[in-house]
Design a protein around this ligand. Structure first.
Ligand SMILES: Cc1cc2nc3c(=O)[nH]c(=O)nc-3n(C[C@H](O)[C@H](O)[C@H](O)COP(=O)(O)O)c2cc1C
Length: 247
């Protein structure tokens, strides 16, 4: 598979087989991704790779937090506030995942969610089914591996940029080996379960997670959101802005 083939074949996978990923394959993918470029070669990111019992334990913790938080959201006031504050379900991740998207981008995000629900046959107003699908994030879509990505807090946007390049490199190396992936901002909502299982240095902040495994034959994996075209992302040149080059 060449790079362009990997780029076009990679798509977010949201239902995995239980088949374990051999340790040597996992190591190969990570080693390949570590070739990614980074600001001054700092590689200001770290990962926590959860497999086997550790993966299952974090999966259970996150999924329970999500279930509890969803139940509390449906409670009447003021019980909702009391339970919310006392049940250990308040988000304790390092970044706020609730970004108010600007209008121009909001529509794309809505279309993306709607497209996914349509693929799954979930009606627009079926909140329970949508909630259940959201919960699948915290179950890692049944993947046997979950990777949590951390960035150094002092590196600002460059840490995020570097880690993003690394993340895509991981996903492409996985695609080449017949594996599926789903990058998940949702896995940054609660940080305590992964910090309980891994020795995460305090300067490193959880930015997102990645589920990884062999794709299952499931309709959800057929979903292909519409990408922007080249002309949509390229700014037009300004007429008359080119200055004559002095000899
Ligand atoms: C940083 C990042 C965070 C994401 N978070 C989630 C998530 O929490 N849950 C999810 O199902 N997909 C998540 N995705 C996957 C995107 O929805 C997906 O990449 C996008 O819709 C384009 O689809 P494609 O990956 O199939 O090309 C995330 C992707 C990225 C890069």
């Amino acid at each position: 598979m060449n790079v362009t083939e990997a780029l076009t074949q990679r798509t977010s996978i949201r239902q995995f087989k239980a088949t374990p990923v051999p340790q040597n394959v996992l190591d190969e993918i990570i080693d390949a991704a570590l070739n990614a470029p980074s600001s001054s070669n700092t590689q200001a990111y770290r990962i926590a790779v959860a497999t086997d019992d550790v993966c299952d334990s974090i999966r259970n913790e996150l999924s329970n937090k999500f279930s509890k938080a969803s139940k509390i959201k449906r409670m009447p006031m003021p019980l909702k506030i009391v339970k919310g504050l006392t049940s250990g379900v308040l988000p304790d991740g390092d970044f706020n995942p609730n970004i108010a998207y600007p209008k121009e981008l909001k529509q794309r995000s809505v279309d993306c969610g709607m497209g996914l629900y349509q693929t799954l046959g979930i009606e627009r107003h079926d909140h329970r089914a949508r909630e259940r699908q959201m919960q699948r994030n915290f179950e890692f879509f049944d993947a046997p591996v979950a990777i949590f990505l951390f960035i150094h807090e002092k590196m600002g946007v460059y840490g995020a940029l570097d880690s993003g390049i690394f993340l895509q490199s991981l996903m492409l190396a996985a695609t080449e080996r017949g594996l599926g992936t789903c990058a998940q901002g949702a896995l940054g909502v609660w940080g305590s379960p992964v910090r309980r299982h891994f020795q995460v240095e305090k300067d490193y902040k959880l930015i997102c997670g990645l589920s990884l495994g062999y794709p299952d034959e499931h309709v959800v994996n057929d979903y292909r959101p519409v990408k922007r075209t080249r002309s949509e992302v390229q700014f037009s040149t300004k007429a008359g802005a080119v200055q004559p080059v002095r000899a």
